[in-house]
Design a protein. Sequence first.
Length: 326
Amino acid sequence: MSRRPALFTLIILLLFFIALAACGGGGEEKVTGTPTQATATTAAQTTPTEAGATATPSEAGVAATATVPPPVTVEVNKSFWHAGWKVTLGEATFATTTDFSGSLEGSVSIEATFENLGDDIAAFRSQLVLVAGGRNYTEPTYDQEIPEVPGNLKQTGKITFAVDPEFEFDDAVLIVGRPENNQATIPLGPAGGDLVSLEPREVSIAGQATSARITISLNGGDLRADIPDNHDEMKKGWLALTLRFSASFEEGNYYDENVMDDDFALTLPDGTSVAAADGPNEIISPGTTLPDLLLRFGVRDPAQGAYTLRYGRAGAEPVEIQFQIQ
């Protein structure tokens, strides 16, 4: 039996299998580039949705950046007085930015001029709340500017709040001060309510009385919700009444005397009496006058009505000066 045909057949089969292996054998599509690049591109572009359509990049897990609307600015141009400060508000601007994830975040910035009505260097420290759309905002942003200001001088700055991206000025109002004290309210939008500025007001007061050769002459005063000397605020429902007066000691061979706040008391329109919260402690000599003296009393708000100032040094007959506040 000849073995040549069998050997020939074996050689033909070996050549066939070698050719088949070189061609890939299964007909798969050849991939160009790295496997990682191909997988990421395919996932972002062809991730199926529930309806079978192609998803957007954000639906496929790729972060999208929200559209930032333009800033909104309103003119406030109002002033308020609080805790020894006069603060004048200029423009208020609401702006939005995107955070690290691409979501919107909002802020309100209010131009402000801070005038220190006290004598010492200080910074404005009153509580600030921005109310709008039923929300209360209390957190400032990183760029808030509350300057330190020397006494009886002014300086510009800005008041800021972190707010929701949906914030609107329509019913926005700025509330200044703690609820147990007098609060100023400044509307920023047309539906923000009434302005409560706590602006001090002058009162016309005059009168004269003499006790133990010292004559007290009232020559005016003012009503205010704050105490500039120590940057304090009066309690809710009370005002500070400051009386300006002079004291004159008649001439003669007398010893020097004292004019002190303990020598005074004030009867309020409701009939109650209060002692002076602050006043002079001065020495007066015979034949001299002490001008520009001040007395401060706490009075109820509203302050309209009839008052009686009583003055009497220890051991002397007290005298009274009556006046009205309209």
